[in-house]
Design a protein around this ligand. Structure first.
Ligand SMILES: Cc1ncc(COP(=O)(O)O)c(C=O)c1O
Length: 387
């Protein structure tokens, strides 16, 4: 039981680690250190305590922390301009979280659908888009949904990577479609390239909006700034968050030119959305990540990890199943032992996570060093022996 557990609604199952400091790829407690191979749930892509991000935060906090969306803030404007200049996007809406970016996208799709007599939004089996009522409506059904239904109407869930399902369902009645190129919570499932290309083709033909959820897969995680770049397409909307705020809360809906006129003044908003300090931190982070040299090093590192994982699988075919990896978004299917693997890793000083029932998920900092990779594999071998 954690120290303050009794004061919280019991929605989390927090680990009993009293973390007093985080730096680089490591978390520190009074008596130990842990290699964080999930980068605080995909957020800390540059590790913890990046000096340039801290300086950007200090600088902006000393100017002002919050002035509200009544006024234009130069740093928030600079970040929106950066994202618009450097991605497919024409316009940006800043929110506070991934879920809220999805909500903004859903609202845009709903309004567009109503204007154009299109009443269906498509989502996918094993997809995850957040925990608000709107984002849950497009998330694969979990047990909480039975207890709180009905969610928002007009959503249809179809099968991920099933060509037949998209051909049948992307039609004149379809307002939009929401998809992860790599499903994170669903078990690190990578979309087939043909599948994503076909969705793009069909959505363009039928005037349906294609939203890619890049909340987990974006900002360099897969070795490209956005994961959709691997698929050779551009979506209409992207929902982003996690590392977008450099470790502070920030989300964004990025919208292309075609659909940037749907939401009008008063249609949407947020008190804290696009907080200046979060934007200062995030802009500093994306400038470091969105650099071809940095990203190609991430891809090379990911390849080296992939080779080592495949070697490990060869010597442990009884336990290691499929290895699913796009850049530094890594899933290792475990044939058994998924229930105890995180605590075995924790005993060895490594933080990992299980997703999609039996998939060991790694979302390491993109800055992971060669020594840290060696350390991880040394510990992985010990865990495999003890499982
Ligand atoms: C793919 C995806 N979408 C949406 C979310 C929800 O984001 P947030 O927790 O910031 O609201 C997450 C969070 O893990 C995610 O991984």
């Amino acid at each position: 039981m954690t120290k303050y557990n009794e004061y919280f609604l019991p929605v989390y199952n927090r680990k009993e680690l009293n973390i007093i400091k985080a730096e680089g790829s490591y978390l520190y407690t009074d008596d130990g250190q842990y290699l964080d191979m999930i980068a605080a749930l995909g957020v800390n892509v540059l590790g913890s305590s990046n000096k340039r991000i801290i300086a950007a935060i200090e600088n902006q906090a000393n100017r002002y922390m919050h002035i509200s969306n009544f006024y234009e803030s130069d740093i928030v404007g600079e970040y929106a301009k950066y994202l618009s200049d450097n991605t497919f996007a024409d316009k940006i809406f800043f929110s506070n979280s991934g879920t809220e970016s999805i909500e903004a996208g859903l609202k845009l799709m709903k309004k567009y659908g109503k204007q154009n007599n299109k009443d269906v939004i498509l989502s996918f089996s094993k997809g995850f888009h957040g925990r608000s009522l709107g984002s849950l409506s497009v998330t694969a059904k979990t047990k909480i949904v039975d207890q709180i239904e009905p969610l928002i109407p007009g959503i249809k869930s179809i099968e991920f990577n099933n060509m037949h399902d998209i051909i049948e369902n992307i039609n004149d009645k379809c307002a939009g479609i929401i998809i992860e190129t790599v499903q994170g919570q669903g078990g690190v499932n990578i979309a087939d390239k043909d599948f994503i290309i076909k969705i793009r083709e069909l959505t363009e033909n039928f005037g349906a909006i294609m939203l890619i959820d890049e909340i987990q897969s974006g900002i360099g995680r897969t070795g490209k700034f956005f994961s959709f770049e691997h698929f050779g397409i551009e979506p209409d909307l992207v929902a982003s968050a996690k590392s977008l705020g450099g470790g502070l809360p920030l989300g964004a809906l990025l919208v292309n030119k075609k659909y940037s006129n749907i939401l009008k003044r008063g249609d949407h908003g947020s008190t804290f959305g696009g907080n200046p300090v979060s934007c200062a931190a995030g802009l500093e982070l994306v400038k470091q990540v969105n650099d071809e040299k940095f990203l190609s090093e991430v891809r090379e590192k990911a390849n080296r990890i992939n080779i080592r994982l495949k070697e490990l699988k060869k010597s442990h075919t009884d336990i290691i199943g499929e290895i699913k990896q796009l850049g530094m978004m890594i899933g290792i299917e475990l044939k058994y032992g998924a229930d105890k693997v995180t605590s075995l890793f924790e005993k060895e000083g490594v933080i990992v996570n299980i997703t999609g029932v039996n998939v060991l998920r790694l979302l390491p900092p993109l800055t992971l060093s060669e020594e840290e990779i060696d350390y991880f594999f040394e510990k992985f071998k010990i865990v495999l022996k003890n499982i």
